[in-house]
Write a protein that binds this ligand. Structure first.
Ligand SMILES: CCCC/C=C/CC(=O)SCCNC(=O)CCNC(=O)[C@H](O)C(C)(C)COP(=O)(O)OP(=O)(O)OC[C@H]1O[C@@H](n2cnc3c(N)ncnc32)[C@H](O)[C@@H]1OP(=O)(O)O
Length: 239
């Protein structure tokens, strides 16, 4: 990902990610490392400006593009690793959770923090967390909107490994891909999809309902006010 300053996910960036995933699949790629050009941020999650006073059709397109990108990422036939050498809140955490393996560096925060922002992580975000860290830990983390530090993320199983820095993180991600290289492709892909199928189907069969929930939610005046205040707090911080 290379969308400075924080790889926030707007419609255009989501489309780029989706196109890249389609291309990798068409080219029969043997593995992907999802990484960031930023030294400190993996991805800041959804671009909050896409949800602030949006036009209805643009907001719908934004959400559908996110769904398309995620459905592709979660179901790739090739192995995927997230090299998390920077913070990964909310949608950034979703990207990492959607890969098959996660390597993180020290001093990083990662989690589905939506509750803390007064918004609700969609069901499929929650499912991804549950699938990785289990029901009990996911429920606690999601209710609190908890951001895990590196040690906590390793302890709870949210990430698989800690590496010292970006170079080591990429090297460990490559090692994971190498460990998969000799597995029979069809068997590997079939098992992966078997595990992920119910989560994928839940969104595929409920896409319109999921979009409707998003639209109805963000168009509420009190939600817009909350987004406005949050945007102000973010820009005051950097100002
Ligand atoms: C029903 C709705 C369901 C939808 C579910 C939502 C999922 C989501 O993904 S919502 C997005 C949640 N993301 C966050 O809460 C992260 C917010 N950002 C941060 O915490 C920090 O920016 C971060 C730790 C990622 C990086 O910190 P810094 O390196 O210190 O950078 P700055 O905070 O100074 O930010 C630089 C610049 O980027 C803008 N920014 C940051 N995050 C976002 C974002 N998610 N969307 C849009 N813009 C973002 C920030 O405002 C600064 O902008 P300028 O002031 O113009 O420089």
């Amino acid at each position: 990902m290379n969308r400075p300053p924080v790889n926030s996910l707007n419609t255009e960036h989501l489309e780029q990610l989706h196109r890249a995933l389609v291309r990798l699949e068409n080219e029969k790629c043997r593995g992907m490392i999802l990484s960031s050009s930023s030294p400190t941020v993996f991805s800041a999650g959804l671009d909050i400006r896409e949800m602030y006073k949006p036009e209805l059709e643009k907001a719908r397109k934004f959400w559908r593009t996110l769904q398309d990108m995620w459905l592709k990422l979660y179901s790739t036939p090739y192995p995927t690793v997230a090299a998390i050498h920077g913070h990964a809140p909310a949608g950034g955490c979703l990207l990492a959770l959607s890969c098959e393996y996660r390597v993180i560096v020290p001093n990083v925060k990662i989690g589905l923090n939506e509750t803390q922002l007064g918004i609700v992580a969609p069901q499929w975000f929650q499912d991804c967390m549950r699938n990785v860290i289990g029901e009990r830990q996911a429920e606690k983390a999601l209710i609190a909107g908890h951001m895990f530090n590196t040690e906590q993320a390793l302890q709870v199983g949210l990430v698989d490994e800690v590496a010292a820095d970006k170079a080591a993180c990429i090297a460990r991600a490559e090692a994971f891909l190498a460990s998969q290289a000799n597995l029979p492709l069809l068997a590997r892909k079939t098992v992966k999809l078997g595990f992920r199928n119910s989560t994928l189907s839940r969104l595929m069969t409920g896409r319109e309902a999921d979009t409707k929930i998003f639209i109805e939610y963000i168009f509420q005046p009190k939600v817009q006010k909350g987004i406005e205040l949050y945007l102000q707090s973010l820009s005051k911080k950097s100002g």
